[in-house]
Design a protein around this ligand. Structure first.
Ligand SMILES: [Zn+2]
Length: 370
């Protein structure tokens, strides 16, 4: 090792085949038995290195190794310094031919590589919120590479999955649901809600500003000993970077438990004399703050919400084409929005990508004429 590492390493042995490819000075190596997705792992590694090194600090080792282990040891991958034990069942034998599924080989590879920054470059203090600095940030890195690779429209699938898991699993909480910045060992928060919250931050505040705050953390704390950072340091950096106008959003996403109930009630489309289409939609909105036991209090809903006109659903990916998507300031619990469009939409949506935590995300999109 060229840098000191945590006393955290793994032993694997097997009758391996090896595939190696260079990315700049980094040797990407996959040790495997099942070859189906090895090229995709190498590709995902290169794409991730490109994004992570392009926006953040350099990768710190001379090699990056993915090593297969048998499925009877579980369905996980784990990030040790420059080495990722990676289960046969979570990627090596994945069938990625159905485009309706998330490319989890790409996602898991990006997430584990991201831990070389979030855990191996910077590690938080052993207090509440530590897993946000590890898992939530690794999720964010992976999401950003996936968005670059697959496009913004495809993120809906991933966000929908994360949101669904969060909503389901918070129901099984036995002690107390915590806001993201105080998360303990609660995967439904540090992975699932964390992904949705970081993506919303990026969407509302801007990728550059979120990245600047993360970079500040790396600059201040990477490869350093105590005192270790906490999520309070990140919140301060984020607020500095985002500016005062995003104060409430940051508080809602990371420091409170906030839930929405957004819905398209009605939609009507009429063709105008000039051949364009007037789209009128009635939307209803509600916003709640929950305490750690799940007791909800309704609060003022005012805010910016994505309103979209959507085209046909793509058979192969099962996603709607996006005609337009724009944020509207809405201050009431129900509103009527009128948009004139050159193209006749097939459906409309309020927060159709599930960027916000919506208790019932299935009614955010409504087909015209349904
Ligand atoms: Zn992780």
């Amino acid at each position: 090792m060229d840098e000191p590492i945590w006393g955290f390493y793994s032993y694997l042995s097997g009758d391996y085949r090896v595939k190696k490819e260079m990315y700049n000075d980094i040797s990407i190596e996959v040790y495997y038995q099942h070859g189906y997705n090895v090229d995709q792992m190498i590709y995902a590694t290169k794409r991730s290195l490109e994004y992570f090194e392009g926006h953040f600090t350099p990768y710190q080792y001379r090699q990056f190794r993915i090593i297969e282990f048998p499925r009877y040891q579980g369905t996980f991958a784990q990030s040790f310094p420059n080495t990722i034990p990676y289960s046969e069942a979570i990627g090596f034998t994945a069938d990625l031919r159905d485009k309706k599924n998330i490319d989890y080989v790409f996602y898991v590879t990006a997430h584990e590589l991201a831990h070389q920054w979030w855990a191996h470059q910077l590690l938080g203090g052993d207090v509440q919120g530590q897993t946000m600095l590890v898992e939530t940030f690794a999720q964010y890195f992976a999401l950003m590479v996936m968005e670059e690779e697959y496009g913004e429209d495809t993120m809906k699938r991933f966000l929908e999955f994360e949101l669904d898991r969060y909503l389901t699993d918070r129901g099984g909480e036995l002690i107390e649901e915590l806001p993201v910045y105080l998360v303990e060992n609660q995967p439904y928060i540090h992975y699932r809600k964390g992904s949705v919250a970081m993506y919303a931050l990026k969407d509302y505040i801007g990728e550059d500003k979120v990245n600047a705050a993360l970079n500040k953390m790396l600059e201040d704390y990477a490869f350093k000993g105590p005192p270790y950072p906490t999520t309070l340091d990140f919140l301060a950096d984020l607020r500095q970077s985002a500016g005062a106008e995003h104060e409430a959003l940051i508080t809602d996403l990371l420091q409170k438990i906030v839930l929405f109930d957004l819905k398209v009630d009605e939609v009507a489309v009429t063709e105008q004399d000039d051949g364009r289409f007037e789209v009128t939609m009635d939307v209803s909105l509600a916003k709640f703050e929950a305490d750690g036991e799940g007791q909800e209090t309704e609060v003022d809903v005012s805010g910016l919400f994505d309103i979209a006109l959507l085209g046909e659903r793509d058979e192969e990916t099962d996603l709607h084409e996006v005609i337009s998507i724009e944020k509207y300031q809405i201050d009431e619990k129900s509103d009527t929005i009128t948009i004139v469009s050159d193209v006749k939409p097939h459906a409309v949506g309020i927060d159709p990508f599930n960027k916000l935590i919506d208790r019932n995300p299935d009614d955010n999109i409504k087909s015209v004429g349904s």
